[in-house]
Design a protein around this ligand. Structure first.
Ligand code: DLL
Length: 433
């Protein structure tokens, strides 16, 4: 039987959801207009006042916010509450340029943790469960978000944070952890390690995993489910909007329900900014309608996906987003062809390889090169060069038909690609453009 954390919200009628969104959007625009001069200026530049926004139908009129705005306004420019009302910050890893710093009031944290609690209950969690949170704690939102959600559900929470794989496995076994929260790449690594220890899925107490923070393929899901003997649920979110729990998967495991009582989702054409119809693929844009301290309106996530309002077998009524295929900024353009790392992952896993790979892009004599390094499993590993070469050719063909592009494939020895405890680094782009 499907269980919900907040059934009256998660299964509300579409009319009710729209009514909440209309009312909260109008209120939020007023709040932002009064307390966030940075966005008010953007509205004024378009000749808008709060009176122009009467409900969700008017959302398209509002200006976008992007990562560039967050950098420009760093650190306090998008803060809409006095600092004395804020109780926490979280931050992105910020590999390029300034970090994003997001502020939270206690109310913001409370609602964020509700969203994470919804995800845990959708994965079958109850107060009888033991939930091991192996996302990083600290500035990263993964650990704190799922930790708070787990408390709300009443699970016994094991805040291991990431890393120290042996200790993770010890706690899973000794304390009978039933739910594991971490990145999918770390879940795959934990699974691999347990397998090497000779543990079979029925000797692992876990029953569900809540995995997100990076793109992962359907094939990788199957792989993790088989090694750990669990159901693996996807969870999505970003620091700018709170953290994990913006959307989450249910028992249908076919896309993630967006918490529409807190976030309005749109799909736009990334080039023109035009709103696209339901079902179309494009860039995901979110408007946060309940956040007090850091309420971003029409924030461009750069994640590529589509939305579906088809009725879901779980009974939830909130719109679903398909697994993000990647980010506009993850997308590699190789000899003019758009390539997402997730497409390469699909080919590798379909041919029986583990999700341990690295994509190396370079430019040699003005031509882009794509080298996919992929680990063989111990069973495949051989010193028969003919066999290695046959396998490489097979993958080159598979990649050609998926991408329409010639790639080089290098098969490497098991365990030679470095494992990740958080978000995996899949792409090394050496081109100097
Ligand atoms: O990754 C929040 C999070 C923590 C989500 C734990 C899920 C679980 P950031 O570090 O700000 O926040 O990164 C946000 O990660 O824009 C996506 O590109 C990517 N991402 C997050 N979840 C998924 C997912 C956290 N399930 C960025 N599938 C987002 C694909 C994801 N990409």
């Amino acid at each position: 039987m499907e269980r919900y954390y907040q059934p009256e919200i998660e299964c509300a009628s579409r009319e009710q959801i729209k009514a909440w969104q209309d009312e909260r959007l109008v209120k939020q625009v007023q709040h932002v207009w009064e307390h966030m001069p940075y966005y008010r200026k953007k509205m004024e530049a378009k000749g808008l006042t709060p009176a122009d926004i009467k409900g969700t139908e008017d959302l398209y009129k509002l200006p976008f916010l992007s990562k560039a705005d967050l950098r420009e306004a760093y650190p306090y420019g998008l803060l809409a509450k006095p600092l004395k009302d804020c109780v926490r910050i979280q931050s992105t890893s910020g590999t390029t340029g300034k970090r994003v710093v997001a502020f939270y009031t206690q109310h913001d944290i409370d609602l964020w943790e509700d969203c994470c609690a919804r995800a845990i209950v959708a994965a079958g969690g109850t107060d009888e469960d033991v939930c091991q949170v192996s996302y990083g704690y600290g500035l990263f939102t993964g650990g704190p978000g799922l930790n708070g959600g787990s408390h709300k559900v009443g699970c016994l929470t094991i805040p291991t944070s990431s890393g120290n794989t042996e200790r993770q496995i010890m706690f899973i076994r000794d304390l009978n952890a039933t739910i594991l929260c971490c990145t999918p790449s770390y879940a795959a690594y934990l699974g691999e390690t347990m397998k090497e220890m000779g543990l079979t899925p029925d000797q692992i107490p876990l029953k569900a995993g809540i995995f997100g923070a990076e793109a992962w393929s359907e094939e990788m899901r199957q792989d993790i489910q088989n090694t750990l003997g669990i159901k693996a649920y996807d969870i999505y979110g970003l620091t700018e909007l709170s953290g994990p729990g913006v959307s989450f998967e249910c028992s249908a495991q076919s896309g993630m329900h967006i918490n529409e009582d807190h976030f309005i989702a749109e799909i736009i054409d990334p080039d023109t900014g035009e709103v696209l119809p339901e079902g179309a693929q494009g860039e995901l844009v979110f408007t946060s309608i309940t956040k007090e301290a850091f309420p971003l309106l029409r924030y461009r996530t750069r994640d590529i996906c589509s939305l579906s309002r088809e009725k879901c077998s779980c009974g939830r009524t909130h719109v679903k987003m398909v697994k993000p295929k990647g980010r506009t900024d993850d997308m590699l353009i190789i000899r003019g062809v758009n390539v997402f790392p997730s497409q390469i992952e699909t080919v590798l896993l379909n041919h029986g390889y583990p999700a341990n790979y690295q994509i190396i892009v370079d430019r040699v004599k003005s031509t882009d090169t794509l080298d996919v390094q992929v680990e063989m499993t111990p069973e495949m590993f051989t010193d028969n060069l003919g066999e290695v070469s046959r396998r490489q050719t097979e993958l080159v063909e598979g990649l050609r038909s998926m991408l329409g592009l010639a790639a080089k494939v290098t098969l490497v020895a098991p365990k030679s690609i470095v494992r990740s405890e958080g978000k995996a680094v899949r792409v090394i782009d050496r081109r100097k453009i």
